[in-house]
Design a protein around this ligand. Structure first.
Ligand SMILES: Cc1cc2nc3c(=O)[nH]c(=O)nc-3n(C[C@H](O)[C@H](O)[C@H](O)COP(=O)(O)OP(=O)(O)OC[C@H]3O[C@@H](n4cnc5c(N)ncnc54)[C@H](O)[C@@H]3O)c2cc1C
Length: 247
């Protein structure tokens, strides 16, 4: 049984997975398609990219970052979720996927815009607006069912990538808190930042010396040089109702 299963490997789900995996929670991301952001033609309002970024490249880099943090990935469309033991939510949840083996997790984060049909058996509190369903959550992304969370657009957050990423991170922090993991903040600080004040390095934090800092910077620069060296072949995904011009 996994500590956390994140349904949806889009913007919110990937951000959540980076935080839960870095906090040491055994994290599985299951994704059944592609992020709605793959329809974007140029992502120009995500901080850190002064002239914008190809949205598919941003998604690929986020997936790489989640993998580096220790998250694992599976392809699959989740169709059904229910408690492993009826009435015993602390036993975790079993998720069924189309054609795959069932997956078990103590906690589930639904980051699966626009689909939440699989949550119906759990009665988490879905609300319909137009032809879309949203999941009601508290300020930490907790639904009405202990152990089930929702993040990103599906939790009725504004339809913007940086908001979805931030919300994914915030919901992950609630999961980490609820899982009773020893955790202060996910911070990497210079050597001596805590210990120089006779403090232990708090759980979740790391102090690194200058040599290590420069090594990490070099690795990061190499990764980004390689990632941005060539334009991507992939085209943005068009809205399904746009006529492709073929008979
Ligand atoms: C055309 C277009 C252009 C946009 N441009 C911008 C922009 O310029 N700037 C900006 O800030 N925002 C933009 N957005 C909005 C941005 O893409 C979304 O707000 C953001 O992607 C929402 O993140 P999310 O994680 O909630 O959903 P998504 O990123 O869509 O991720 C949801 C994931 O869940 C998966 N999934 C769904 N159901 C299941 C299931 N049952 N089982 C398993 N996996 C499932 C999907 O395959 C998907 O990968 C744009 C959106 C569109 C449509």
């Amino acid at each position: 049984m996994r500590d956390v299963c994140i349904v949806g490997g889009g913007v919110a789900g990937l951000a959540a997975s980076i935080f839960t995996a870095r906090a040491g929670l055994d994290t599985l991301v299951i994704d059944g398609g592609e992020s709605i952001l793959a329809r974007n033609a140029s992502l120009e309002n995500y901080p850190g990219f002064p002239d914008g970024v190809d949205a598919r490249r941003y998604l690929q880099l986020s997936r790489d970052q989640a993998r580096n943090a220790g998250a694992e990935f599976e392809l699959g469309h989740v169709t059904h979720a229910e408690p492993v033991t009826e009435g015993e939510l602390e036993d975790g949840f079993v998720l069924e996927t189309e054609g795959g083996d069932p997956l078990e997790a103590r906690r589930v984060i639904a980051a699966s815009w626009p689909n939440s049909d699989y949550l119906e058996p759990l009665d988490v509190g879905r609300m319909q607006r137009g032809n879309k369903h949203f999941v009601s959550v508290d300020e930490g992304g907790r639904t009405a069912v202990d152990g089930v969370y929702a993040a990103g657009r599906i939790a009725d957050e504004p339809h913007q990538a940086v908001v979805a990423a931030g919300h994914g991170a915030k919901v992950a922090l609630a999961v980490i808190y609820d899982a009773d993991v020893a955790f202060y903040q996910d911070w990497v600080t210079p050597e001596g930042y805590f210990t120089g004040r006779d403090r232990d390095v708090p759980p979740g934090c790391e102090e690194i010396d200058d040599e290590e800092r420069l090594e990490r910077d070099e690795r990061a620069r190499e990764t980004m040089h390689e990632a941005f060296a060539e334009p991507l072949d992939e085209q943005p995904t068009m809205h399904p109702s746009v006529d492709d011009g073929e008979d």
